[in-house]
Design a protein around this ligand. Structure first.
Ligand code: NAD
Ligand code: TDX
Length: 359
């Protein structure tokens, strides 16, 4: 039985991870540590919190409190999601990215080393898994081969630079102190509980409200999309079978230009409105409620500064070493995601009106 400290699990991927983990390992004990920034929403954990899954509102920079939790709950595994995650915000204000992603990761590493190694509790059984991103590898041209674990780091945004720094700190704690670490670098996730500042949920919700769909630059930038539960499955495999000190790339082998994703979402919404008349009543401002195509909302806007052109993950290593394959095809995952947003208006309305912060 594992006893996990999961950081940042009031956010998008961490919440999906905890949901998935408790389905697969119902007897495990989880302590979620989350400072509940704007991206942290306790409702993301609705139905999960009880005496064996606790949410502690703690900043990962509070090393002493993290150490207390590790000791008090005899936790032997850290799965570290907590971070500032939005590239646009990192361009507007990088400081908090350094505090949360660089200093915060270092604080957690210090806490884990102190409790697991210096105080010698659970010495051999411990594991520190660090959740990182493909953005640390920089940008690809259309012809470049996809990122492998051996691709040199070349981060371009304050966000990706802060994640790269945290990856190096994790590496250093393994090489210098022998902390049992693993790292995964994943491509773009999509699915339920995705905060509506990111491309896919923003597009779905703006379509419903008849608001413009901002496409940065020419819309040709490419991302590799993975259904969020498949990210959780990849991390589970790394925790169970991954080699200590190793890095694993996780991706969907599913590259899409942004404009194509947005057009696809427009088509899916056109179809939902054609099939369900009650959507017309609920969302009268949506073009589909007025007999128009949702794609009429597309607006090309000023490009993101330093916008990376293409990310793509070569998944050979995790496939061959750990037998990893994504389980959810993009066709299924994107329909599921659209339907989740249509069926969970209360969730995203509370994010849009800010009431989720009073939860
Ligand atoms: P998110 O922004 O939705 O959630 C981040 C969570 O971390 C929030 O709940 C927030 O309150 C919490 N947090 C932030 N700073 C904290 C601090 N100092 N102390 C405690 N908690 C803090 O992010 P996400 O999209 O779920 O991403 C989770 C992790 O996965 C991040 O490390 C991110 O870099 C990585 N990642 C994300 C993607 C993606 O597509 N979203 C892809 C690859 C990797
Ligand atoms: O309104 C938009 N219009 C637009 O064209 C937004 C919000 C984004 N975009 C573009 C920028 C990117 O090329 O869409 C693409 C996806 O943008 P985001 O959803 O902001 O994601 P991205 O910048 O690719 O980063 C995401 O994937 C990797 C996560 O936010 C990171 O945390 C993760 O590491």
């Amino acid at each position: 039985m594992s006893r996990l400290l999961v950081t940042g699990a009031a956010g998008f991927i961490g919440a999906n991870f905890v949901r998935y983990w408790l389905q697969q390992h119902p007897n495990d004990h989880i302590v979620v540590v989350d400072s509940l920034t704007y991206a942290g929403n306790p409702h993301n954990l609705d139905g999960l919190l009880d005496k064996s899954c606790l949410l502690e509102r703690v900043d990962i920079n509070n090393t002493d409190r993290v150490m207390e939790l590790l000791r008090e709950h005899q936790l032997n595994t850290v799965v570290h999601f907590a971070a500032e995650s939005h590239v646009d915000r990192s361009i507007e204000g990088p400081d908090v990215f350094i505090e949360a992603n660089v200093l915060g990761t270092h604080s957690l590493l210090k806490a884990a080393r102190q409790v697991w190694q210096v105080e010698a509790q659970a010495l051999d059984a411990h594991r520190f898994h660090h959740v990182s991103t493909d953005e640390v590898y920089g940008t690809l041209s259309a012809e470049d081969p996809a990122f492998t674990e051996k691709t040199p780091y070349a981060p371009n945004s304050p966000y990706s630079a802060s994640k790269a720094s945290s990856d190096f700190l994790v590496r250093a704690y393994h090489h210098t102190y022998g902390l049992n670490v693993t790292t995964s670098n994943c491509s773009n996730n999509y699915g339920p509980y995705h905060f509506p500042e990111k491309l896919i949920p923003l597009t779905i919700i703006n379509i419903l409200h008849g608001k413009g769909l901002p496409i940065y630059g020419d819309g040709k930038n490419i991302r590799d999309w993975l259904y969020v539960e498949d990210h959780a499955r990849g991390i589970e495999l790394v925790l169970q079978k991954g080699q200590i000190g190793e890095t694993y790339n996780i991706g969907g082998v599913n590259e899409w230009a942004n404009i194509d994703i947005v057009n696809l979402l427009c088509e899916l919404m056109d179809k939902r409105f054609a099939a369900n008349i009650s959507l017309h009543t609920n969302y009268p401002d949506c073009p589909a409620a007025k007999g128009q195509a949702c794609s009429t909302l597309i607006e090309y806007v000023t490009d993101r500064a330093g916008h990376d052109f293409r990310y793509a993950i070569d998944t050979t290593f995790i496939r061959e070493e750990l037998g990893y394959e994504p389980a959810v095809t993009f066709e299924v995952g994107i329909e599921r995601t659209v339907d989740w947003y249509l069926n969970n208006e209360r969730w995203w309305q509370s994010v849009l009106d800010g009431s989720y912060r009073k939860a």
